[in-house]
Design a protein around this ligand. Sequence first.
Ligand code: UT7
Length: 339
Amino acid sequence: MDLNPLLPNNGDITLITKISGTGSALPAKILTNADLAILVDTSDEWITSRTGIKERRIAVDGEYTSTFAVEAARQALSMAGILPEELDLIILGTVTPDFPFPSTACIIQKELGAHKAVAFDISAACSGFIYGLSIADSFIRSGRSKKALIIGSEVLSRVVDWNDRNTCILFGDGAGAVVVEASEDQSGIVSTHIFSDGTCWDLLYQPGSGSRNPAGIHATDPNLFFIRMEGNEVYKHAVRAMEEAAMAALNANGLTASDISLLIPHQANRRIIDAITKRLDLDADKVFINLHRYGNTSSASIPIALDEANRQGRIKPGDLLLLDAFGGGFTYGSALIRW
Ligand code: UT7
């Protein structure tokens, strides 16, 4: 049976980017809505009804973005049956790197012993994993890479203002990873679509630590190092942009939402996910949701959800998956995958 009539076939050397392993890693420490209600003026009822989030994971001393990234990567490599030294590309999506430089991907490269790989970070906020997947797909289709690791990892708890109830209830820490390989199989990444809209960059950003507000001058104002977000505005853009990215994937491949086996959306807010499900006219049971347990983990949210769906047996060979992301920048994008 032709499992994937959607993939191009121009003879016997069509290279497809196949996902051969997934992994995820979360801090052990859990912060519940009840815990947050002690810190700020909020309630489990408000957080649950406005966001769907019940709890999130928080890194403790000695745990960094690279800590979770390495653990998620090891799981993905183990599932794929690949040694770190076989990797030729490592891409990390993150807005909370271990340091502004060097790239955290280089730290991960060292920890894994992936000495042959080119390693770099990309800053695309919550779309970082989809951007990374899209770049890796281009490298593999062009023959520049054969075995790549794409990770989304964040420790957002270190850039959240724990006195600001508008933002501190939303975010969590963790990492997800995939290993992709050049394959001549019928399954793999069908298409990726990535977009940017810089007109609204200041609706969601971190003012400090870059060249505009360097620590030397502004070190006395810790507020500069916290996430700033116009939640209401971001919400409206998120719904529109995620619908646009999903439709780009469907239209480019002559599909409708009914062809999708499972939608894995960015896990920012249950109401955003429900609005997209409705706009796409998708059955609710075809949407993977885990944000009640982890909150918004930015670039890590989609690969963590993908790994959980995979390990729970929610994805079967031949299934058509749609990954759909939105984040600060604004950045947004989708990936269509024949499993
Ligand atoms: O990762 C991608 C980027 N991020 C997102 O996609 C997040 C997008 N935005 C959102 O998810 C939502 O806008 C929020 C969850 C952040 C906020 O929900 P909302 O329904 O848009 O609430 P709001 O900001 O309009 O606030 C409504 C009220 C306000 O009170 P007043 O002014 O009406 O008296 C807020 O002060 O709720 C108040 N409020 C809270 N009350 C209790 C805001 N945060 C809280 C809180 N607990 N934690």
